[in-house]
Design a protein. Sequence first.
Lengths: 201, 259
Amino acid sequence: MKISKMNRRRVLLTGASSVIAFGLSPAFALTEAEATKLINSVVNDINRAINSGKRGNALFRDFESIFNSYADVPTISRAILGPPARSASSGQLRAFSKSLTGYLSRKYGKRFRQFVGGEVQVTGARAVRNFQEVRGVVRAPGYAPFDVSFVVSDRSGKDKFFDLLIEGISLLKAERSEIGAVLDRVGGNIDKLTEELKRLG
Amino acid sequence: MTYKNQLINRFAVLSVAFIGLSACAAPPEGGGTNDPYERVNRASHEVNKGVDTVVLRPASQVYGKVVPNPIRRSISNAAANLDEPRSIVNHIAQGDLQDAGHTFFRFLVNSTIGVFGLFDPATGDFGLEQRHTGFGDTLATWGVREGAYLELPFLGPSNERDSVGLIVDIVANPLSAIVSDSSDVQVATSVPSGLNSRFEFSDTIDSLLYDSEDSYAQLRLFYTESRRFALGEQSSAEDGVDPFDDLFEGVYGGLYEDF
């Protein structure tokens, strides 16, 4: 009798704690499964875009909309801009974000365009610090397979990726260096940088 | 040159290489950019860019457009095949007998069925894909740090460790122990193979060298990050020392911590 009471209490306690855990789940880091699900959608859209037969601006627009729906654009913008992001107004940041996504879509769209007939395949995910790294392989005719990783976080309130690693090379780092150089050239003026990015990439 | 002289010569170069290695600049802790020779590096970057503009790029365009793809591929295959003995020896030196065996059978298959390496049936029919390695990788597995970043004139991006690796790879090529006078064949295949790579990746390389705001910094980042990735030394934002902290003095690291 005593034992079964204990058991009941334990069951209740376990139940209660799992309810609490469940109720709090947004505060917990996103799971590998959730991150993988997001990247599977990204990858499906990328595969469709690459093999859609579209070229030039039409294809870049596809990449831009993929980027806008799955990437954490505000965070990427701030990370790429670096310290100047702190002193920028929200209007300036919005304008910069918009011109940045266009620039990135053109620049990386051109890269992915080479892989017509190919596809990206998700191979696994793992937790790294507070986020998930979803790994994949790009296979395309005429090219040796190469690794890509999407770094995913839910801190923006939604599951979004905020970095892309190609053979270990971080897009965020590369663009931070690159756009930092452009910012230097225009004398640290964010508005001028935003204008510059419209014609680069 | 007599064989003995040749040996002495090689030994001399190796010794110099090792002395160079022991004098490596302070290692980058946790993965920032270690570039104390930036001024010299930037100067040789300009040289390399000039060589690419004037020689490499136009030559690769001619090669790529004149020579049919299957022939280019075969020549590149042959060049890669001649590199395999070096990979085998280095896999052994790294204690990786599985990759050594893998590469040994790959070399055997491609040198026989693949007609002196002109074709690559090992990848297609035997599942023995290329697992290339060199002495730079071996030094890394022995615990040698990458040292300072270097951009070598005519040879491109490197670092202190990989430069030593490169010298050893060139001087102590095990292929010459198997086939005498192999170096002519090796040069004859590796030059067109290099042109072929420049041609096949021309979009990416052109964009990096000519469209980039600071092509030197981009190349440095690409080289450093992809080397660390290939060696399994770094992956995105792994735990331990944050690789982003050094590079951007905490700004980027701070942002990563926001997630």
